[in-house]
Design a protein around this ligand. Sequence first.
Ligand code: UD1
Ligand code: CA
Length: 455
Amino acid sequence: MKGRTCLAIVLAAGEGTRMRSASPKVLHSIAGRSLLAHVLAAIAEAGVTAAAVVVGPGQETVAAEARRVLAGAECFVQQQRRGTAHAVLAAQSAIKQQHPDDILIVYGDTPLIRAATLTRLRAPLAADAAVAVLAFRPSDPSGYGRLVVAEDELIAIREEADASAAEKAIDLCNGGIMGLAGAHALAILERIGDRNRKGEFYLTDAVEVARGMKLRAVAVEAEEDDVRGINTKSQLAEAEAVAQQRLRKAALDAGVTFVAPETVFLCADTKFGKDVVVEPYVVFGEKVTIEDGAVIRSFSHLAGAHVGKGASVGPFARLRPGTRLGEKARVGNFVEVKEAVIEAGAKANHLSYIGDASVGANANVGAGTITCNFDGGAKHRTVIGKDAFIGSNSALVAPVEIGDGAYIGSGSVITQNVPADALAVARGRQVIKEGGAARLRSLKSLGKKKAHSGD
Ligand code: UD1
Ligand code: CA
């Protein structure tokens, strides 16, 4: 589609009452991003030159999400819900201003649409078609508009409520995504009326209107997944499954090893280097990058984290946003890391919380070490130097700095900075009382006897 301008109009006004949710439908997420963000990512990847998003009255959060994902997206409000063609016309000033060669109309609740499919839909517009409709053959066509086709032309789209018995038997259906030639779009849209069962302005009437203007309409067939619309939480879960399958396949094709792919959950933006191994049952949240040769062991949860080359995470590790692991760093079982850098070769292998911290290269953080980053009012940083050794079960009370090569005795509560190469021990001194255990036992047995005798 090189050289042709394209305006995408995204209809995102759905309330989503069938989702049984207080949030607008298109703000629900699959694979870590909103339904609307998926659609906007697809249109951006398909090379559209401008985007208009039509939202319902008061749907400021939907408009904000559109602008967050696509800075140039222009938002329009459809004041009354009077049908899909009426919704498109809410964005008519964008059509008038841009004079695009092509217009793509997509629904905000159809998140699995792929850029390649949109590009295929645009192809006939570059030839001689004024209307191109994305068609599919659902396993159950009920509820969808049926496509009446003759040879290679699309004659009409009949909504189920208005269809005859013969038309209802057609299995080729309207996926809802449509391409319009920019030169004719407004003339077509303005001629659409509301004389149908529902009294709505149906976008689907664009086909018959265009034919009445001696223009050509065609259908372009796609897979059902591309046009899968989301109305319920069940459909949301089904779409999540499809999105996960696609992401896993893409990662496997790029060389990632998943021991059990069906148990790994990815985000649309998860990035992997070469020779990465992901063991079973791992969840990736948003903004995770894994570099070459890293291993993510079972039952780990990562979000907003960067894992360096050859690093090892888990099993049972939690990397929260702001985590950066250097080359060959190791974060072991039951370790939580947040807003912290763990430099090359450093280790925190067991049962630790490392938050708002930096851990120098090759430092060793012993089992049970906690950075006490929160004093009830504010967060403070802990800085651990390179080659430092933090003995097990230490509490590092931030703000605090442990110098390079310093050594912290086990069980210390460190509240003051420790200079480089110093040894710090901050715990009660051990006391030995010879024979003390025996004395304690005899005292206890005395107590028991008294209790029995009732004294
Ligand atoms: C529509 C199509 C149908 C197709 C089906 C595919 C029409 C008339 N029918 O039917 O042929 O098979 O999609 O899923 O187009 N919307 C607005 N404002 C409105 C009305 C709708 O923004 O006034 C938005 C909705 O939020 C939704 C989309 O347009 O995102 C489709 O509307 P919906 O009412 O779900 O259409 P369907 O009856 O499913
Ligand atoms: Ca629908």
